[in-house]
Design a protein around this ligand. Structure first.
Ligand code: FAD
Length: 511
C-alpha cells in the first residue's frame, strides 16, 4: 500500500512548464508576490510564517490557462491552492503545503449581461461592489452582501458558500449562483447548473445537481472559472431599524417574534448581545452611542418595493414595541447598518486584560445554531473565551452576534459569531496551541448543542477541521473522501483542507 500524504515541492522544471503554458508575465516567484499571498486576515501562526509561503504565484486569465496549470500540477504532483480576495476567515486560501498559488484576480471580466432573463455571467475574480456599480444604470443588482462586501470576490464567495447580510430576503451565495464553469483537478472543463447544464436555467431535473457540489468546497474539488448569477430589481426602499432592550433575554424573545413575522421584505434580523454592545460602546467601532440602560440590540432591515416596505415597517415597529424594543432612531439605525457592510476596523481595538491597547488580529468563530439553543451557546462560548483570556492574557472578547440565517425567511437556524481578538505579535508555539484549544472547546460546544461547525466561513483550520468527521458521521465523511479521491486522484488541489488528507491515507495512489 502506498500512502500519499505530502505532495512534491515546486522545482525549476515546474516553473519552466508553467511559464511555457501561460506566459512568463503570469508566473511570479518574487518574494513580494509570495508573501502577499501567504495568509488571510484570520489569526495566523506568524512565528511559522515561512512554512506556508507559496513557492510560486500564477495569475491565469482563462479557464484554458487554469486547466494548463492543473495539468502541470498533476504531472509533477505539486499542490495548487486557489485564492480569490484572500479575506476568508477559515484559512481556505492558505497554502498549507506551499506549492502553486493560483490567484484568480485577473479573471475579472463581465462576459454577458442578459436583462431579459435577469442574469449576468462573469469571471470569478470580480468584486461584488464593482459588479453592482456596473449594474446600477440598468436598475438591477446582485444581492450577495457580506460584511466583507468591498473586498471579497465572487470566486471566494462560491468557494466558501458565503452568507449575505440580506440573505433572508434574497438568499445567500449558493442561492444566487445559477450555473458554474469549473475546471476539475485533472484539467477538464465542465459546465454545471441546478440539475442540468443549461447556463441560465435555474431548476432542472436532467441530471445530478452538481452545481451545489462545487459550492462551499474551499477549492478542494475544482476551480470555478465562470459563474452565471441571479439579478434582482434594485430595491426602491431600504429601511434599517435598530431596537434597544434592557436585557438579552428580552432582545432574544423579540428576535424570535420579528424573525417569524412572515414579512416578505424582511432582509435581516441581527441580535447583538451585552458583550457586543459593551465592545461597541468601548471602542466606537460602529455608530452606536447608546444610553447605558440599553444592554442588547436587535437590528432589522427591510428591502424591496417602496409600498411593501412602508407597510412592513408599520408591522415591524409594532412587533418590536410589543416585545419590549425601544427604537434607537433613524441616524443610529442608518449609520450602523452602513458600517455592517465593511468591518475592517475591528482589529484596531485590541485590549489586554489590564486595559493596554495593542493591535490584535480578528478571529470570527462562526457556527450555525438553531434558535432554541442560542442562550445556552452564548453562555458557553463566553465562559470558554473568558477562561482563556484570564489564563493567557493575549486575547480579548469582542462579543457576539446572532444573524437570521435562512434564505427567504427569518426563522430557523442562526449564524452565530463570537469575535475574539488575538495579540499576534505575542504568539509562540505554546500560546498558539492554547488558541487552537480554545477553538476546539467552542467547536465541541457547538456540536453538543445540535449546531453545525460553520455557517459560512468553512472548517479548514486546526480546532475546526478535525471535527468534520464527528459532525458528518462515519458514512458522510467516507462519502466526502470518496468524492475527493475520485475527482482529485493525485491530491493536488488545496490538499489537507477540510481534513481531507485522510482521503489518501492507506489508499493505493500514484506509484
Ligand atoms: C471584515 C470581514 C467581514 C466578513 N464578513 C463576512 C460575511 O458577512 N459573510 C461571509 O460569508 N463571509 C464574511 N467574511 C469572510 C470572507 O469575506 C468570505 O469567506 C468570502 O467569501 C471569502 O472570499 P474571498 O474572495 O476573500 O476568498 P478567499 O479567502 O481568497 O478564498 C476562500 C476559499 O475559496 C477558494 N476559492 C477561491 N477562488 C476559487 C475559485 N475560483 N474556485 C474554487 N475555489 C476558490 C479558496 O481556495 C478558499 O478555500 C468576512 C471577512 C472579513 C475580513
Amino acid at each position: 500500500m502506498a500512502t500519499l500524504t505530502v505532495p512534491n515541492p515546486v522545482t525549476d522544471q515546474v516553473i519552466t512548464a508553467l511559464e511555457q503554458a501561460i506566459g512568463k508575465e503570469k508566473v511570479r516567484t518574487d518574494l513580494g508576490a509570495r508573501i502577499a499571498r501567504t495568509r488571510v486576515p484570520a489569526p495566523f501562526p506568524v512565528h511559522r510564517f515561512a512554512e506556508y509561503m507559496p513557492d510560486v504565484v500564477v495569475l491565469p486569465e482563462s479557464a484554458e490557462e487554469v486547466s494548463a496549470v492543473l495539468r502541470i500540477a498533476n504531472q509533477f504532483r505539486v499542490p495548487v491552492v486557489p485564492r480569490a480576495g484572500g479575506t476568508g476567515l477559515a484559512d481556505g486560501a492558505v497554502p498549507l503545503h506551499k506549492g502553486i498559488l493560483l490567484d484568480i484576480k485577473k479573471m475579472n471580466k463581465i462576459i454577458e449581461l442578459d436583462l431579459v432573463n435577469r442574469t449576468v455571467t462573469v469571471q470569478p475574480g470580480l468584486n461584488m461592489l464593482k459588479l453592482n456599480e456596473y449594474l446600477a444604470p440598468y436598475g438591477v443588482f446582485y444581492p450577495d452582501d457580506p460584511a466583507s462586501y468591498p473586498v471579497s470576490i465572487i470566486g471566494g464567495r462560491i468557494g466558501t458558500s458565503g452568507w449575505s447580510l440580506i440573505g433572508s430576503r434574497y438568499g445567500h451565495t449558493r442561492d444566487l449562483v445559477i450555473s458554474l464553469q469549473v475546471v476539475l483537478p485533472t484539467g477538464e472543463i465542465v459546465r454545471l447548473s441546478d440539475g442540468g447544464g443549461a447556463p441560465k436555467v435555474r431548476k432542472a431535473s436532467t441530471g445530478y445537481n452538481l452545481k451545489q457540489l462545487f459550492i462551499g468546497t474551499q477549492g478542494t474539488l475544482g476551480v470555478v472559472t465562470e459563474a452565471t448569477l441571479e439579478l434582482f430589481p434594485k430595491p426602491e426602499a431600504e429601511l434599517a431599524a435598530f431596537f434597544g432592550y434592557e436585557s438579552f433575554a428580552d432582545a432574544y424573545r423579540s428576535t424570535g417574534a420579528l424573525s417569524t413575522s412572515g414579512l416578505g421584505t424582511l432582509a435581516a434580523v441581527i441580535l447583538f448581545d451585552e458583550r457586543k454592545v459593551d465592545y461597541l460602546r468601548r471602542d466606537d467601532e460602529a455608530y452606536i452611542p447608546l444610553p447605558e440602560r440599553i444592554k442588547a440590540v436587535v437590528a432589522t432591515a427591510l428591502y424591496g418595493v417602496e409600498d411593501e416596505v412602508r407597510a412592513a415597517a408599520n408591522r415591524l415597529f409594532r412587533l418590536a414595541k410589543e416585545t419590549g424594543g425601544e427604537y434607537l432612531g433613524d441616524e443610529l439605525s442608518a449609520g450602523d447598518w452602513a458600517s455592517r457592510h465593511d468591518r475592517y476596523a475591528t482589529p484596531l481595538h485590541g485590549r489586554l486584560p489590564d486595559g493596554t491597547v495593542v493591535p490584535m488580529s480578528w478571529h470570527c468563530e462562526d457556527a450555525a445554531i438553531i434558535y432554541s439553543e442560542l442562550p445556552a451557546i452564548k453562555q458557553k462560548w463566553h465562559e470558554i473565551t473568558d477562561r482563556y483570556i484570564q489564563k493567557y492574557g493575549i486575547f480579548d472578547n469582542w462579543g457576539m452576534f446572532f444573524y437570521s440565517n435562512n434564505p427567504y425567511k427569518g426563522w430557523g437556524d442562526y449564524l452565530v459569531e463570537i469575535d475574539i481578538g488575538i495579540w499576534e505579535q505575542a504568539l509562540n508555539e505554546e500560546t498558539w496551541q492554547a488558541w487552537v484549544n480554545l477553538k476546539r472547546e467552542i467547536t465541541r460546544a457547538t456540536l453538543e448543542h445540535q449546531g453545525s461547525i460553520s455557517a459560512c466561513h468553512g472548517a479548514c483550520r486546526e480546532g475546526d477541521a478535525e471535527f468534520i468527521p464527528v459532525e458528518l458521521g462515519e458514512g458522510g465523511f467516507e462519502l466526502m473522501k470518496k468524492i475527493k479521491r475520485l475527482l482529485d486522484p493525485n491530491n493536488i488541489l488545496n490538499p489537507s483542507k477540510n481534513y481531507l488528507h485522510l482521503a489518501y491515507v492507506d489508499e493505493e495512489v500514484g506509484a
